[in-house]
Ligand binder design. Structure first.
Ligand code: DAH
Length: 340
């Protein structure tokens, strides 16, 4: 019996040596230390041995059990470490892999142009005032001195939402909103934003585009203030040599009304493709705020006067970068957008 125990121990320890993972180790434990193992049976049946045999067998059997348990614990530790090392090795993050590039967006050319315009007018003391794209007929037309059926409405056809609500055709309705909000303060603001017109889309006109409206209201503001402001604007945007030309015009919300041109930035007035051989580029429509409009804004025209203008935003960018089709601004083509 004692020899049997020695053999049993040697066999078990030998089997333990070749074990390489925890599953095999568990099988080994069941086989050699489990309830049905030979060793357990021997221990369980000690009572059936003769009183002479029992002490020696009992002692050895317990020693074998302790030895096997100790060997099991050691092996379990070794395996656990090996398995951890393997996992670390196999699941390691390869820090030498090149990262995925983060694609950076950029500002749309229109946004860049708007920001240049804000900066220039900001230096001249104009605040930015935002007003809504969806307007009422009354603000877009009526309060700007174009009552229903006024023929001037034909200059601006738009997208109607209902009989009274529409997408604004110009930023001018913002004039009324600022005046009503600021009265009786003097006003110096620009009103940037998108405008909409129901018209055929061509290389030169879109059904949506940006404008920057300007409005100054105060005491004794004159046409020369307007011309000075526009000249300064053109010079800051396109260089100090720019010249401005003023032509008489008509808008229902200004009296007198003018249009301002500047000498062509490409040919300086000689005539070229960009200015269509006229030597001049259109800058904006403008004028002295009509007394009726001042009154609609809450300002008494006998005491107050003001000027207003409406600049295009895409057009100047087209001139500056020699872009020949306004549809590119809204086409979402990255090949175009990435150039700016
Ligand atoms: N609202 C006009 C348009 O869209 C542009 C304009 C002209 C605005 C004269 C003004 C102005 O403020 O005084 O065609």
């Amino acid at each position: 019996m004692l020899e049997n125990l020695h053999k049993l121990r040697d066999k078990a320890l030998h089997a333990l040596e070749s074990i390489t993972d925890s599953e095999e180790l568990e099988n080994w434990r069941i086989e050699h230390l489990g309830r049905k193992s030979e060793l357990s049976q021997i221990l369980r049946n000690l009572g059936q041995l003769s009183p002479e045999e029992r002490p020696a067998v009992g002692q050895l059997a317990n020693e074998v059990k302790l030895a096997l348990e100790a060997a099991y614990d050691d092996k379990a530790k070794v395996l656990k470490r090996e398995e951890l090392e393997r996992a670390l090795r196999e699941q390691r993050i390869d820090v030498t892999l090149p990262g995925r590039p983060v694609s950076l967006g950029r500002l749309h050319l229109t946004t860049q142009t708007l920001r240049e315009i804000y900066a220039i007018f900001g230096q001249m003391g104009f605040q930015v005032y935002e007003s809504p794209d969806v307007e009422t007929d009354e603000l877009n037309f009526g309060l700007l001195n174009m009552p229903p059926h006024h023929p001037a409405r034909d200059m601006w056809d738009t997208f109607w939402i209902s009989d009274e609500v529409l997408l604004r055709t110009h930023t001018s309705p913002g004039q009324i909103r600022v005046m009503r909000e600021r009265y009786p303060e003097p006003i110096r603001v620009i009103l940037p934003g998108k405008c909409y017109r129901y018209e055929q889309v061509t290389a030169r006109s879109e059904h949506q585009f940006y404008q920057v409206e300007g409005l100054a209201v105060g005491h004794a503001i004159t046409l020369t203030d307007l011309i000075g402001t526009l000249t300064e604007f053109a010079r800051r945007l396109y260089g100090p040599q720019r010249r401005i030309r003023i032509r008489g015009s008509y808008f229902p919300f200004t009296e007198p009304s003018i249009e301002a041109d500047m000498d062509c930035i490409l040919c300086g007035g000689e005539g070229c493709r960009v200015c269509r051989y006229s030597g001049w580029l259109e800058v904006c429509g403008a004028g002295m705020v009509h007394p009726v409009v001042l009154q609609n804004g809450g300002y008494d025209p006998d005491e107050w006067s003001g000027f207003a203008f409406g600049l295009g935003v895409e057009r100047p960018a087209m001139v500056k970068y020699n872009i020949d089709d306004i549809r590119l601004f809204y086409g979402n083509d990255l090949r175009f957008l990435r150039q700016f």
